[in-house]
Design a protein. Structure first.
Lengths: 1057, 227
């Protein structure tokens, strides 16, 4: 490479390079940054080169290997220029196909990006949802240049801005320009760059000045600086030469961490090339200006990103921050004036000069101009580097660019700014991102890490994670930072283990504020932010850990134990009965189930199995264990309910009397456990048979009546009296019960009133609320549906109603109408599948607007079509009606299943506290109402809910009523439920399961389901059940397994020693 | 001369004066631990924090390292300062409960509780010994190692330093390790920090006193005391 000595010569070179460029033939751009190489870009490069030669395409195709283009999740990716076609996740075989198709300008449809929202393939890079909203002024340059070829950079207008600066011959002009652009330091603190340069320029010359590029990027989850260094090192060099020229600095240092080998390699090459060509060194391009840059590699201490520590590190000393003032611009490296800017800031300098300050400041918001690169990682669909104008809202970045949540879990918060930053909750996602707004929200911009977290992320654990990082990475000079971070970690660790008290929580807050106040540098100052911001927005989560000993995200091991057990509202030890099934001990398995669940056969069929949602086999990427089916397998082996627990006091004739109102799962459970404790219980039921929702609403094909009746009868003993056909509020009242000598009352009357649609014509004949429809059929055998049936709603009762309707004679068709899409339907997914299997139509994105009736008899339903709009607070997208999209659907029967609420006319005559929708207000901890001795539970206090939650309420009510009757304190300290009993895994056969997928029970063939109420789902076979148990990860071993093995290995080691 | 205010009192000091010096001159007491006249201020213990600035820009800085500035408004005992100081003393007590210096500090500042899990360290890494060794003894025999919670004191490569003259200066200035010089009674030793600095006379049984170029040294005196 020949040294260029004048500006004109350089311009000539640039012209020649541009002239010699062949833009006619297509170019394959392979992104091969660290992310690309890690996903196999090197293989793709090799195969591409070979294929181009093999196919004889050397003069028909260009190949360019570049740094990261941003969409790191889709690496290795290929971009075809000039068409802009983007191929994500290219394999070697696919690469061959792409090259073969190139000469014909063919686009391989099947390899394009598949948009999961629309289900369509997208060709152009710029149309991808990930890229669409970005403004990529810096990152887009990455795909234009090959980082190790300076000519490539020069031909893409590289170093033109430097020439522009040299030709102006006015250093002050540059500083004024940078000041006017409003560019603020991209390292996180946001100090105006122009001001910093001015301060440096005003320092006396003396022995020279330093410019530093801070590439000590250490935040977990942030890697934008690395990508810029790898992908476009010359832009940094260009920025630094401009900076040096305007501040009369003569030495430049790029401080880069040694963990970035590719960045160091590309930088070293770029620096040598710039030196060889005459852009660095003495008398640059004949201007008389001299400047040189060297690389200093950092050993990876996080604190060395702090500017004073960074300067000590460059000097070769321990990286410890020192007191500011004096600021680096006054007294920096070796006592000489120094200006330190972040990689991204330097990369922005050529942009500022090229566009001009005015144009640059038009992007972004006032005081926060330009774009900012964020590394978007965590629980979002698309991860990678995103460059957006300042002022974009967090919601736009997370939901539009990031594509929203990956699975069903709702996004809870984003963490910005790395370990010194904080969390912003989802409720604040309309906050527009700039330095000042983030600071107000209690976090910082930092270098731009953005970690998205969902419901499966525990915020206490997040704070603990960062504190663990900080206690290791604090330099240790300031006592309050070193010990403060250690002690904060200690308390956080105690909280996640359930050992902390509220006093320690207060101490944590107190300590965090002191650490923030008393430390010397930015690291210590920001160190308490993860704690303070999570406390600020997620205090409830902390309290849940401390008081309730629960981690709702199922992260903190010492509180969760086995997830299946702690997810179960009644604490069923699923791991334990699964272990028994594996060993063939079915009786023992039944005992385990019955221990906690008085209605095992019911739950084995209709439970919503929260245990499976949290099963680690499922949350860690695979499929959860079919816990409910295994339970069904066990309970169905026994024709009679087995093993009632022993009663505490037998036949206590003058036992205290307790009244239970309602014989649903909550009422029955409470009655059963109170009876076991020796109380005389009377249960009042309004309908003609006990069972509540179980018998009146859940259809027989899901829960056969014989099974249900048997189970209910098993709970009725001499201490329990059931009185049916007695309406609470009419036949008995709270006062009359107390007058008759009942000492406590448990209200569990459920939610038996369907919500109304509130559209005109709702009272026409042929329109039924779902509860009425199901009750009439289940209790009286009346078949109300006929002809064409429509069911409005997306919950389980809508699906039940639809599946009951299609089984009734005289029904031609059944259509379920729902206002959002299937993905948002609250009904169980397997129920919807069964519903479709049985020939029921599902029509989504429609809302009813009018019921059409002739002679007060339903003839049809007018519907409006919907689109999905903005996300609401629940994270689901809201249906928005399309104006003028009305259409009429002819119907003979319409079933309205849009939710239920309790019937509470009676309560309004009592002193009981109820809310607008008829829900009885209770203390959730104790189920006590505002009336002494009156407790309430089940759907009456929660609104329509699951069977297992109702059972849990019943159990809790029994405990609380007993405490109440004994005059004990209702609320008592809680302990985490941890597995205690060790059951050895069966070892004769290979314990590893052959199958990775979860077992599915066989179901009744569709033909046999027609007009029949026979049970649809079958029990698992014994081999299938045992096979399934082998998939269990046995989370209980962490707590139950004797430490024998460990001590043996220790012994072995001792012997060796 | 620089004019500023300390606790509302106007004061003018020479350029280069630290806030600590200025406050002491006026008689405002500021507790310190890692500060010692004759050694360069380091700012490690954070006990000497004072509040500067006004309104939302008010902040705490260590007075031993912060130089006087024109028009500065310094508060040496605002509620924010006192709160921070007390918390730091609590942390100190939790770390080195047996240090008399720290106990005295706690009692002087009215700290009556220690709410953290008790540790029994013998070093708060104030760096006095390091600075003593470097700045007064011109030896640079000891220094800091590691960072964060692994930060510790030691000699290069944790072997006996060749430049150590066993002057004992490090032990003399230490505020926390009065118990440190247990020397050869390793089982009672609170720390191993200066095990590397142990005088050879204690290491080797058959040590030739006549060959010792340091005689008499601290170790000898302790030996004599024990006899």
């Amino acid at each position: 490479m020949e040294k260029i000595k004048t500006i004109d010569d350089f311009k000539l070179l640039q012209e020649m390079l541009v002239f010699g460029r062949n833009t006619q033939i297509p170019t394959i751009v392979i992104s091969a940054g660290t992310c690309g190489q890690a996903s196999g870009a090197n293989d793709i490069i090799r195969i591409t080169k070979r294929e181009i030669i093999n196919e004889g395409l050397t003069d028909k195709l260009n190949l360019r290997i570049t740094g990261c283009q941003g969409f790191c999740q889709m690496e290795p990716s290929i971009l075809v220029e000039p068409s802009g076609t983007f191929y994500p996740r290219v394999s070697i075989n696919n690469m061959k196909r792409i090259i073969k198709a190139m000469p014909q300008d063919k686009v391989l449809e099947d390899l394009l990006f598949l948009d999961p929202e629309s289900g369509k393939r997208i060709e152009k890079q710029n149309d991808l949802p990930f890229f669409k909203k970005q403004v990529r002024t810096i990152l887009s340059r990455n795909e234009k240049v090959d980082p190790i070829r300076i000519y490539n950079y020069i031909e893409n207008t590289g170093y033109s801005t430097l020439l522009k600066v040299f030709e102006k011959r006015d250093p002050n002009w540059v500083i004024e320009e940078v000041k006017a652009s409003g560019l603020r330091g991209r390292g996180g603190a946001g100090f105006p760059t122009g001001l910093k340069w001015e301060m440096l320029a005003n320092q006396p010359d003396g022995k020279g000045k330093f410019l530093v590029c801070n590439a000590d990027e250490g935040d977990p989850g942030a890697y934008m600086d690395r990508s810029v260094l790898e992908g476009n090192p010359h832009s940094i060099i260009e920025g630094m030469i401009i900076g040096a020229y305007s501040t009369q600095a003569n030495q430049g240092v790029i401080y880069v961490r040694n963990e970035y080998p590719l960045a160091i390699k590309h930088l070293t090459i770029a620096l040598r090339q710039a030196h060889d060509i005459g852009l660095l060194g003495e008398n640059i391009l004949g201007t008389g200006f001299s400047f040189d840059i060297k690389i200093v590699r950092g050993a990876g201490a996080f604190v060395c990103g702090e500017e004073t520590a960074l300067m000590r590190s460059i000097e070769g000393k321990i990286g410890e921050p020192s007191q500011r003032p004096p600021f680096p611009t006054q007294k920096g490296i070796n006592g000489r004036p120094t200006a330190i800017n972040n990689v991204e800031t330097w990369a922005n300098i050529p942009v500022v000069i090229e566009k001009g300050a005015e144009e640059f400041s038009k992007v972004g918001t006032k005081n926060n101009s330009g774009t900012k690169i964020f590394s978007l990682v965590g629980k979002v669909k698309y991860t990678g580097l995103v460059e957006v104008p300042m002022g974009m809202t967090i919601g736009e970045i997370v939901n539009d660019i990031g594509g929203g949540p990956v699975g069903n879990a709702k996004i809870k918060a984003v963490q910005t700014g790395g370990p010194s930053g904080g969390c912003i909750p989802a409720a604040m996602f309309d906050l527009s991102i700039d330095y000042d707004n983030l600071a107000k929200a209690g976090t910082i911009m930092g270098s731009g890490g953005m970690i998205v977290m969902d419901e499966n992320t525990c915020m206490v654990d997040v704070a603990k994670y960062f504190m663990n990082f900080l206690k290791d990475e604090s330099c240790g000079k300031c006592f309050s930072c070193r010990k403060g971070t250690q002690r904060m970690y200690e308390i956080l660790d105690d909280i996640t283990k359930g050992k902390a008290t509220l006093a320690e929580f207060e101490l944590l807050k107190e300590l965090a504020i002191v650490v923030k106040d008393t430390t010397m540098c930015g690291l210590g100052h920001g160190a308490p932010n993860p704690v303070l911001s999570t406390i600020r927005y997620f205090t409830d989560e902390y309290k849940r850990h401390i008081i309730d000993k629960k981690c709702d995200a199922f992260v903190c091991k010492e509180l969760v134990g086995a997830p299946c057990q702690s997810a179960c509202p009644i604490g069923t030890e699923a791991w334990r009965y699964i272990a028994h099934i594996q060993r063939g001990e079915f009786d023992a398995a039944y005992q385990v189930i019955r221990e906690t669940n008085p209605l095992p056969s019911v739950c084995a069929r209709v439970c919503n199995h929260p245990c499976e949602e949290k099963c680690r086999a499922g949350t860690s990427g695979g499929q959860p264990i079919s816990i409910r089916e295994l339970k069904r397998f066990v309970v169905d082996r026994f024709s009679q309910p087995q093993s009632k627990p022993a009663r505490d006091k037998k036949d206590n004739k003058d036992a205290t009397r307790v009244a239970v109102i309602g014989s649903g799962p909550a009422g029955l459970t409470a009655a059963h456990y109170l009876s076991m404790a020796g109380y005389k219980v009377t249960v009042w039921e309004a309908d003609k048979e006990p069972g509540g929702m179980l018998i009146s609403c859940i259809p027989a094909y899901r829960l056969p009546r014989a099974v249900l009746r048997q189970e209910i009868n098993s709970l009725i003993d001499d201490n329990v009296t059931i009185k049916c056909d007695t309406v609470f509020g009419k036949d008995v009242t709270i006062d009359s019960l107390f007058d008759n000598g009942y000492k406590a009352i448990f209200l569990a009357i459920g939610a038996h009133e369907s919500r109304r649609l509130n559209v005109p014509g709702e009272d026409s004949l042929g329109v039924y609320p779902s509860i009425k429809f199901l009750k009439r059929f289940n209790l009286l055998g009346e078949k109300l549906a006929k002809g064409q049936v429509g069911v409005i709603g997306g919950g389980n009762s809508a699906i039940d109603a639809a599946r009951v309707a299609i089984r009734q004679e005289g029904v031609e068709s059944v259509t379920v109408l729902y206002r959002r899409t299937r993905r948002e339907m609250p009904a169980f997914s397997e129920e919807i599948d069964a519903c479709l299997d049985e020939g029921i139509n599902l029509r989504t994105l429609v809302s009813p607007s009018k019921i059409i009736a002739e002679n007060n008899r339903l003839t049809g339903l007018e519907l409006l079509k919907n689109n999905l709009g903005e996300r609401d607070a629940s994270g689901r997208r809201q249906p928005v009606a399309i104006p003028g999209s009305q259409f009429v659907m002819p119907l003979d029967t319409l079933i309205v299943a849009v939710g239920e609420q309790p019937k509470t006319e009676y309560f309004s005559t009592t002193k009981l506290n109820i809310d607008k929708s008829g829900i009885v207000k209770v203390d959730p901890e104790t189920l006590a109402t505002n009336l002494s001795g009156v407790f309430a539970g089940g759907d009456l206090v929660s609104g329509p809910n699951t069977v297992v939650d109702a059972i849990a309420d019943g159990k809790k009510a029994a405990v609380m009523i007993e405490r109440y009757l004994h005059g004990e304190k209702l609320q008592q300290p809680k302990l985490p439920q941890l597995p205690k009993i060790y059951i050895e895994a069966k070892t004769e056969e290979a314990t590893e399961s052959k199958s990775l997928t979860r077992v599915k029970p066989s179901s009744l063939p569709i033909e046999q389901r027609q007009k029949s109420f026979a049970e649809v789902n079958m029990r698992l076979s014994e081999p299938a059940a045992i096979e399934e148990t082998h998939r269990c990860l046995r989370c209980d071993f962490d707590f139950t397994q004797p430490k024998k093995i460990e001590s043996e290995s220790e012994k072995l080691e001792e012997i060796k020693v | 001369m620089i004019n500023m205010k300390i606790n509302g009192l106007p004061v003018s000091v020479e350029e280069g004066t630290t806030l600590l010096e200025a406050a002491k001159f006026l008689g405002f007491p500021i507790p310190t631990l890692c500060f010692m006249e004759g050694l360069l201020p380091y700012g490690a213990c954070r006990l000497c924090v004072v509040e500067i600035g006004d309104g939302p820009k008010a902040k705490l800085v260590s007075s031993c390292t912060y130089l006087a500035e024109q028009g500065l408004n310094v508060r040496t005992a605002s509620s924010r300062v006192v709160k921070a100081r007390k918390m730091i003393i609590e942390l100190l007590l939790a770390t080195c409960p047996q240090s008399k210096v720290i106990q005295d500090l706690a009692s002087a500042q009215g700290v009556h509780q220690q709410r953290f899990r008790q540790e029994h360290d013998d070093c708060i890494l104030c760096g006095l010994c390091v600075r003593m060794c470097e700045q007064q003894m011109m030896a640079k025999a000891i220094g800091f190692q590691g960072r964060g919670e692994k930060r510790s004191l030691g000699t290069p490569f944790n072997i006996k330093s060749e430049v150590c003259r066993l002057c004992g200066g490090c032990i003399y200035v230490c505020p926390a390790c009065q118990l440190r010089c247990t020397y050869n009674q390793v089982e009672n030793a609170v720390c191993n920090g200066c095990a590397n600095l142990t005088p050879p006379c204690l290491e080797k049984e058959k040590f030739d006193d006549m060959m010792c170029y340091m005689e008499p040294c601290v170790a000898c005196e302790i030996k004599n005391d024990k006899k």
